[in-house]
Design a protein around this ligand. Structure first.
Ligand SMILES: Cc1ncc(COP(=O)(O)O)c(C=O)c1O
Length: 323
């Protein structure tokens, strides 16, 4: 167990989901990677922040949509390690969850910058980086989702953790693993880890952002970069992407996702509309087609958000991002 992550995260048999689908479904509870704020972002922050601290970084600058889990995770955990965090945010369709995330980020980060587009957000961070350097500080820009080869390598480690867990419990390998595909780091790291461990079956990403955002080729080259970083020449396993869960777009709820949310809730697992419910809807569609042994990577933090929320209402510039 390193300082930042509480692992191994539990591996849970999803009784109700399995009964409904007529095949075994297991859940890797990465929602519990940290009691203060967990989810998949913590896995990527482990190598990213270790490297930042080793290189004397003073400020972490990052970006995402208004309700970004990555921005909040970075604000919570980098700040706890003594780093200053600023983030540039772009608009996201409103929901109670997205608004709570934005309020928590506004409380936890040193500064948030409201932007209209991702290129604009990157420009803002570039300018902030120059201004901080001029004051003698050492800022680091972390791309969307923390999905660099170094960040994604956290999911190679997750796959190694899973293989050890299966072996210790005498459990067979899953036939199919499923995760949400957003910025691609989670899927790429899992693929790299699958290549290294040699166990774990097929690895699928369920797309929750438009296809042009992260094409399969990008996932593949990121997985290859993760393997290279770890000194492995193992071939990248086939990149499998389920394309049927996005619906009308990023953050837009779908009926399938709502039904998936209701089914997983019967096993006590809470999913969100943007990522994990759509990923679960993808798993359900795959399992109906091919009932095999499935493993779902639960990537949404289950830590309560209330302790991270400040008393202040959102300033108008940030509230305007909810559109
Ligand atoms: C809860 C949750 N699950 C899954 C993902 C997708 O992970 P990745 O961006 O590594 O593809 C994200 C990305 O933001 C997320 O917030």
């Amino acid at each position: 167990m390193s300082n930042l992550i509480v692992n191994p995260t539990p591996l849970m048999f999803a009784e109700e989901v399995s009964r409904a689908l007529g095949c075994e479904v297991w859940i890797k509870r990465d929602d519990q990677t940290h009691p203060r704020y967990g989810g998949n972002k913590v896995r990527k922050l482990v190598p990213l922040l270790a490297s930042a601290c080793a290189h004397g970084v003073s400020d972490v600058l990052t970006l995402g949509a208004a309700g970004s889990h990555h921005v909040l995770a970075t604000a919570v955990h980098a700040t706890a390690m003594g780093l200053r965090v600023e983030a540039a945010l772009v608009p996201q369709a409103p929901s109670p969850h997205v608004e709570a995330m934005l309020r928590a980020s506004a409380t936890q980060a040193a500064a948030l910058h409201a932007c209209t587009t991702f290129p604009g957000a990157l420009l803002t961070l570039g300018l902030r980086s120059l201004a901080l350097r001029a004051r003698g500080r050492r800022p680091l820009i972390v791309p969307v989702g923390g999905s660099t080869p170094l960040g994604a390598s956290g999911y190679l480690d997750a796959q190694v953790e899973l293989a050890a867990q299966l072996s210790a419990a005498g459990l067979p390998s899953p036939d199919v693993q499923v995760c949400a595909l957003g910025s691609g780091g989670t899927l790429a790291g899992l693929l790299a880890g699958r290549a290294v461990t040699g166990v774990g079956g097929e690895v699928w990403g369920v797309r929750v952002t438009p296809p042009f955002a992260v094409p399969a080729l990008r996932v593949r080259s990121l997985a290859r970069a993760v393997l290279r970083l770890r000194g492995s020449s193992a071939p990248v396993p086939t990149v499998r992407i389920y394309e049927g869960a996005l619906g009308e777009g990023y953050g837009r709820p779908t009926d399938d996702a709502r039904r998936a949310r209701e089914l997983f809730a019967r096993d006590g697992v809470t999913l969100d509309d943007t990522y994990t419910a759509k990923a679960a809807a993808g798993l359900i569609a795959l399992a109906r087609r091919r009932p095999r042994r499935y493993l779902f990577w639960h990537t949404l933090s289950s830590a309560p958000l209330d302790p991270l929320l400040g008393p202040a209402a959102l300033p108008p510039a940030l509230r305007a991002l909810l559109r």
